[in-house]
Design a protein around this ligand. Structure first.
Ligand code: IPE
Ligand code: IPE
Ligand code: MG
Length: 252
């Protein structure tokens, strides 16, 4: 039985979020420039997007560039930005063929104008698709997002559109960049780092976390299936006891 066949498609995580890490080290290990790693990381993106679409995952969020990544050496930032925008432009026809709808979350004001324009076109051109929702986190950081949300909430309270007592967990969600999407149920980070790096801090509250040593440019569908299988063997308790869960599902 292949790994793919072992995946229970009736119990898929609706939303998978991935911190695509390790491109630079992958390249350095091969005696190459860091950009070479980013370049090869694109093939993994294609493969994993395809894998999620084939399985029937509804939402896939890919952390492609963090707010903090702007502080990297200028050649890397420029090269990476060009690669990201170029890839998104070239992939639009494939996204359409596979009914994939593109979304972007992040501080678009930080992006160069050409990148903003290209992205807007890609968003418009895929906006009618109804299959996998592919969310690119670009120039994104969770603290940036939370600061923005708090500013907007404060402005709405001041304008009389929102009463402080109305603020609850759901209304906060409405002010986040991810308001259209359910919270990720599975978060994968590649390349052996065990941290969140400012990614979806509010949304990952109850996500199952999966870490693998595999560097992003080597990550393929088989690795994705492994992560999903691991997820499917976990007991998600949401604060309750294991006994309560069994009782609720009618097992005990
Ligand atoms: C992930 O790979 C891609 C981005 C952060 C843009 P890195 O570039 O962080 O690679 P490492 O972690 O240095 O190996
Ligand atoms: C997180 O990776 C951001 C992306 C994958 C886009 P980093 O490589 O930037 O994170 P740190 O610096 O190791 O925490
Ligand atoms: Mg890294």
């Amino acid at each position: 039985m292949s790994l793919r066949d072992k995946v229970d498609t009736g119990k898929l995580p609706r939303h998978i979020a991935i911190i695509m890490d390790g491109n630079g080290r992958w390249a350095k290990e091969k005696g190459q420039d860091r950009l070479f790693g980013h370049f090869h990381g694109v093939e993994s993106v294609r493969n994993i997007v395809e894998g999620c679409a084939e399985l029937g995952v509804e939402y896939l969020t890919l952390y492609a560039f963090s707010t903090e990544n702007w502080d990297r050496p200028i050649e890397e930032v420029t090269g990476l930005m060009e690669l990201l925008v170029d890839t998104i432009r070239k992939e639009v026809s494939t996204l359409n063929k596979n009914n994939i709808k593109l979304h972007v979350i992040g501080d678009m004001n930080m992006l160069p104008e050409y990148a903003r324009n290209e992205l807007k076109e890609a968003l418009d051109e895929t906006s009618y698709n109804t299959g996998l929702n592919l969310i690119m986190a670009l120039s994104y950081s969770s603290r940036w997002e939370i600061v923005n949300a708090i500013k907007s909430i404060a402005a709405d309270v001041k304008a009389g559109k929102l009463e402080p007592f109305e603020i609850d967990q759901d209304s906060i969600k409405d002010y986040l960049a991810t308001k259209e999407f359910p919270d990720p149920e599975l978060m994968i980070r590649t390349s052996g780092e065990y941290r969140i790096s400012n990614f979806l801090l509010y949304q990952l509250a109850y996500a199952e976390l999966y870490f693998t040593q595999v560097r992003w440019p080597d990550f393929r569908k088989e690795n994705l299936y492994e992560a999903i299988l691991d997820f499917q063997h976990r007991e998600r308790r949401f604060g309750k006891t294991g006994e309560q869960l069994k009782h609720e599902s009618g097992i005990a």
